[in-house]
Design a protein around this ligand. Structure first.
Ligand code: FAD
Ligand code: NAI
Length: 472
């Protein structure tokens, strides 16, 4: 039922996977809904410059690499690939256009009003959207995140020498040498794209290992695989500055702990050291809402901020900056606003790095599991089943990686699953479902898995936790 003292029951600020999903769900639940978006198209970071275009480039470059690096020849298919850059970018843009238009269609179908322009709070129920005043009973902040800048390094995507992820998706030619600053998800995914297409890629990481937050075995093994594929790593190293002359960048590097400076030249530098919540220019001061030390908006389990009537979801609140996490929060926040109970289990949010092999995990790392058990290693059981022993992976010439199942020793309840496998991103869904149902490793071990599939490696890892894998 619409509250007639406001223009809308709910106004959502931002049309990324958090905001657009919240808007559609709210409308489905009978709420009069508007969604403000300052970008020309809907879909946010994810559809326009994130998940989707990066996967378009990863997928295409994977074929190029398979043809160029001998993988296809191993299977008796001998081809010499030729790169058509215009078509490569064209198919990326087609994917983005198709999907962003799809959201526009869904807005119309569900009667969500798209308010075009930058939104700024006037008060807790009133927002100025590009000069139009819009009032709503509830307002949801879903403004997402943007690239964290690195002091001393100026990004210029148009020039294409020092770029962020958006610029790295659009490079007009394959760089001779690309330096990636940050060995996180973006650096490894986009570094892999250009490495596959022929660039020499060096990854400079501040920490002593790549992929912070992932299971230690995964971090170690994935670095070994990336190195084998040709990415060079400079770990425990910081970039103190980048200067650009013409089309060449010169980086100044130093050991993370301090020491002598060294320089390195590159045709392209990708700055990928993390993302920060978008809250500037939102007028939060007008409603007395403060952000935490990390710039995030704090919320409770109903996504309520400290200001009555204002909720927040997605990349601008604490938690992993992932599209599916934002989407699930979008559904849940709409359900709360409609008077229902919206649940997101933040303990079971999978994360995937879409390289080849893919790297995926859900739940606790082994280190976190042990810490949760008071540091008592005996209270945690873990088993790693190698993909080299999985018949499908072996047949497909994909021997790298493993599946690791981590369970609580006493109850056998699964605490986490980690995988490096060509289709790990798809496999991890089964682990997430199992954890959502509170499965034990025995439950997974005694579930019939189709043969021959990569998923059998999850079953075997679970059998390993039970002490009895078959194919090892
Ligand atoms: P966003 O998608 O950032 O959307 C927020 C929207 O709000 C934006 O469109 C912005 O223009 C708009 N906005 C902001 N302020 C205002 C304002 N004041 N007024 C009006 N509009 C405003 N995640 C995955 O899960 N899988 C992936 O494969 C993946 N790949 C990625 C690849 C790259 C290169 C990048 C950069 C990110 C990737 N991510 C991926 C992360 C994912 O894109 C984000 O987690 C997700 O988009 C967050 O959704 P959101 O709705 O919170 O915010
Ligand atoms: P990230 O947080 O994944 O990685 C940043 C890396 O940079 C870390 O390893 C960090 O130690 C390092 N670093 C920080 N400061 C540094 C410095 N000064 N010098 C050298 N290294 C430094 O961030 P990234 O890769 O920028 O991605 C941002 C977010 O986007 C991620 O948090 C992720 O959630 C999301 N994303 C998700 C994807 C997916 O789900 N497949 C794909 C791409 C992005």
């Amino acid at each position: 039922m619409a509250d007639h003292s406001y223009d809308y029951d709910v106004l959502i600020i931002g049309a990324g996977p958090g905001g657009y999903v919240a808007a559609i769900r709210a409308a489905q639940l009978g709420l009069k809904t508007a969604c403000a978006e300052s970008r020309e198209t809907l879909g946010g970071t994810c559809l326009n410059v994130g998940c989707i275009p990066s996967k378009a480039m990863l997928h295409a470059s994977e074929y190029f690499d398979a043809a160029a690096n001998g993988t296809m020849a191993e299977m008796g298919i001998e081809v010499t690939p030729k790169l058509n850059m215009e078509k490569l970018h064209g198919q990326r843009l087609d994917a983005v256009n198709g999907l962003t238009k799809g959201i526009e269609f869904l807005f119309k179908k569900n009667k969500v009003d798209w308010k075009k322009g930058h939104a700024r709070f006037v008060d807790a129920h009133t927002v100025d959207v590009g000069g139009e005043t819009v009032t709503a009973r509830e307002i949801v902040i879903a403004t997402g995140s943007s690239v964290t800048p690195l002091p001393g390094v100026e990004v210029d995507n148009a020039k294409g020498v020092v770029v962020d992820s958006t610029g790295a998706l659009e490079l007009e030619k394959v760089p001779g040498h690309m330096v990636v600053i940050g060995g996180g998800v973006i650096g490894l995914e986009l570094g892999s794209v250009w490495r596959r297409l022929g660039a020499k890629v060096t990854c400079v990481e501040y920490l002593d290992q790549i992929l912070p937050g992932m299971d230690a075995d995964v971090r170690k093994e994935s670095q070994r695989i990336f190195k084998k594929q040709g990415i060079e790593f400079k770990l425990s190293t910081k970039v103190t500055g980048v200067s650009v002359k013409g089309k060449t960048a010169t980086l100044t590097l130093e050991a993370a702990a301090g020491g002598d400076a060294e320089t390195m030249e590159a045709d392209c530098v990708l700055v990928s050291i993390g993302r920060k919540p978008n809250t500037d220019g939102l007028g939060l001061e007008n409603i007395g809402l403060e952000t935490n030390a990390r710039g995030q908006i704090e919320i409770d389990h109903e996504f309520r901020t400290a200001v009555a009537g204002v909720r927040a979801i997605g990349d601008c609140v604490p938690g992993p900056m992932l599209a599916h996490k934002a989407e699930d929060e979008g559904i849940a926040v709409a359900e709360w606003i409609a008077g229902e109970t919206g649940i997101v289990n933040h303990d079971v949010i999978p994360s995937v790095v879409y390289t080849l092999p893919e790297i995926a995990g859900v739940g606790l790392t082994e280190e976190q599991a042990i810490a949760k058990m008071g540091g008592d290693k005996a209270k945690v059981k873990a088993f790693k089943f190698p993909m080299a022993a999985n018949s499908r992976a072996k047949t497909n010439h994909e021997p790298d990686g493993f599946v690791k199942v981590i369970a609580e020793a006493e109850s056998d309840r699964v605490l986490g699953v980690w995988a490096i496998a060509s289709v790990a991103g798809t496999m991890i869904a089964e682990a997430a479902l199992a954890m959502e149902f509170g499965a034990t490793s025995e439950d997974i071990a005694y579930t019939c898995h189709a043969h021959p599939t990569h998923a059998e490696a999850l079953k075997e890892a679970a059998m390993g936790v039970q002490g009895k894998p078959i194919h090892m």
